[in-house]
Design a protein around this ligand. Sequence first.
Ligand code: C5P
Length: 401
Amino acid sequence: MLSGKKILLGISAGIAAYKTASLVRLLVKSGAEVRVVMTPDAKSFVTPLTLSTLTNHPVLSSFTDTDEDHAVWNNHVTLGLWADFFVLAPATANTLAKMAQGASDNFLLATYLSLKCPVYFAPAMDLDMHAHPATQASFARLQSYGNIMIPAEHGELASGLVGQGRMAEPENIMAFIEHDLRSKAPLNGQHYLITAGPTFELIDPVRYIGNFSSGKMGYALANRAAELGAKVTLVSGPTKDLSLHPEILKIDVITGTEMFDAVSSVFDSCHVAVLCAAVADFKPKEQSDQKIKNKTEDWTLSLKPTRDIAQTLGERKADQCLVGFALETQDGLAQAKMKLKKKNLDIIVLNSLGDKGVAFGADTNKITIVESNGTHSTYPVKLKTEVAADVIDFIIQKHHA
Ligand code: C5P
């Protein structure tokens, strides 16, 4: 859920600030990019050097810095707009009160006022400060602005007293944010089954019939669905060097039969199946157990059709949304419409190999999305990651609306 997210961590001056080094480690390990802003006094509790080393970004705490004798203005507005969300941890009573009042007498507070993204705050203070009506009023006011409180935990406090006021442990802050983001994600509770890549149909142990599919489109779709909170099962033919969202369950297959079996075992529990794989249409009638010897004369290889996964799922589907892809070299729209009907798909995504920007292995694609009622929408050439976003948005709009 945090992978690829841009997180701005605000640190105010509480003893729990020393724990932010662990929090940063956890966030970075989960694939997030983290930048840190601190109040001036927070630097007494954890050093900017520690945090800049862990985040690989400079740590900002004032409106200006000097760089080779030049004064540099730190732009709190840009920083605020950069963030996907802001986490203030530890959130002291003082900083929370100022935030609640809209004060901006330090860089962190000015940044807070510039934010358009969700804000989480993890209070950390002594129990009586925590219980004081003024502090409780700050909590309430900030929550009325839509800010999200990560409640302080109960336990031993720096003062030696025991009560509510300890900053939530870094693991709990992470878990809280992940749970919150997941519960608000548009595809929360949805299970997407996606196929990607080519299949290789074996002739003998060292030879196969394959195709040039790179898997990039299918992986981009899987990543996008996962980013939007779906549980994703990706059934992938042989592909190389494609990055995948850490929460995706990937099942590697080689042949069309293996892909069919993997897809079959998952289909009934999914809500949406996007069949993007370039499954071989034919496979050798017989597969030799041994490497076939060199021949000097002509040799004929007999092929038989593979099972059409899309068509089988089309016959079997209950209320799943079934999405196919069609790669055509001529008469694309008519062919795509015919396939949509024949395979009982809800949506088919057409890419025409003749189109500029459409090629095996390319990073771009140009699609036309065709619906079962025959209407279609054509998109311009885009990066496959953007095409994936268009396709998933289309499914959300049609299927989940
Ligand atoms: O018939 P054609 O191969 O063009 O159909 C493309 C669509 O059908 C794609 O969604 C592809 O993943 C799917 N397909 C399949 N099993 C096959 C052949 C195609 O699922 N054996």
